[in-house]
Design a binder for this molecule. Structure first.
Ligand code: 13P
Ligand code: SF4
Length: 301
């Protein structure tokens, strides 16, 4: 089958199944291009809750499809490759979180959306990289438990001046972007602005002009007057940034900042999922109810 034939067949099936295709900003370009909506973790969960499709084909990783299933329990959520997980989300389990919470009684648990439904169900409120600071500021507490990303936690601590007790997790893609990568990129493009994701290490954040989620990078691309921008996050975002702002030259801080899980989704897998309606992501109702509470609290602020 040629690429065009695959795309045509996806379009036919999308109508027949009353399906919507959602894609994260880190997906490969051709998957982003066939999606009904491309965005960051927050935008995708809002879109999943809002859309009136019967089927959601989620081009992202497992926790994102799970979040869509939690927010839209009556919709069928399909993940085109069930092996597309997030190593950071797997760095904490619900029993581990329960034990950890017991050591810090009275502190609320803020969980990054990059967690399993079981972990969300054990948390007080959820956050994404675009609203983590706002979520923590909305809490009356001066001490907060934060899972699983220690780098995002350090960024939130810096911005809120609250005491953030962090789980020792991280995103391997962002954690591998080093200060010396930023310095080398700045050396090659001295006039460029530097935008990095808050999952990056604190010493990388120190070198950045802007520390923003992928969703805010897209917005910033539309508005920027910068001629050159160095981007410190997963390189899939470059496809979207270049589309949004052809006048600006976007360069990766690190060419090899690649999330292999995000890249597991391909056009042919999207087609297969729609044909066979398989690889459904479901969350048991008791877990879903508790996890939804943490997500809804985030959305309400
Ligand atoms: P955002 O899209 O929320 O910026 O998250 C980045 C990420 O690492 C998702 O896995
Ligand atoms: Fe997980 Fe990092 Fe990949 Fe996002 S980029 S899915 S946080 S491993």
């Amino acid at each position: 089958m040629t690429r065009n034939e695959i795309i045509e067949r996806i379009q036919e099936l999308r109508k027949k199944r009353r399906a919507v295709i959602l894609a994260h900003n880190y997906q490969i370009g051709e998957v982003q291009d066939i999606a009904d909506f491309t965005g960051d973790s927050l935008g995708l969960s809002q879109e999943a809750a809002r859309c009136d499709a019967e089927v959601i084909v989620f081009c992202g990783v497992h926790f994102m499809a799970e979040t869509a299933a939690i927010l839209s329990p009556r919709k069928t959520v399909l993940l085109p490759d069930p092996r597309a997980g997030c190593p950071m989300a797997d760095m904490i389990t619900a029993p581990e979180l329960r034990d950890w919470k017991a050591r810090y009684p009275g502190r609320p648990v803020v969980c990054y959306v990059n967690t399993t439904a079981d972990v969300k169900a054990e948390s007080d409120i959820c956050c994404t990289s675009s609203n983590a600071v706002r979520v923590v500021l909305s809490l009356p507490d001066e001490e907060v438990l934060f899972v699983p990303d220690k780098n995002l936690a350090a960024f939130v601590a810096r911005e809120t001046r609250k005491k953030i007790i962090a789980w020792d997790g991280y995103c391997y893609v962002h954690n591998r972007i080093l200060a010396r990568d930023v310095l080398a990129a700045k050396n090659a493009h001295p006039a460029a602005e530097v935008w990095v994701h808050p999952e990056c290490r604190p010493e990388v954040i120190d070198l950045a002009d802007r520390v923003i989620s992928t969703g805010f990078m897209v917005k910033a691309a539309r508005e920027t007057a910068a001629r050159e921008v160095l981007v410190g996050t997963e390189v899939g975002i470059l496809h979207r940034l270049r589309k949004e702002s052809p006048r600006t030259a976007f360069y990766p801080v690190k060419e090899r900042a690649l999330c292999s899980n995000m890249k597991k989704i391909t056009l042919i897998k999207v087609l297969r999922t729609l044909e066979e309606m398989k690889d459904r992501v479901e969350v048991p109702s008791a877990v879903s109810r508790r996890a939804r509470g943490a997500i809804k609290k985030m959305v309400s602020i």
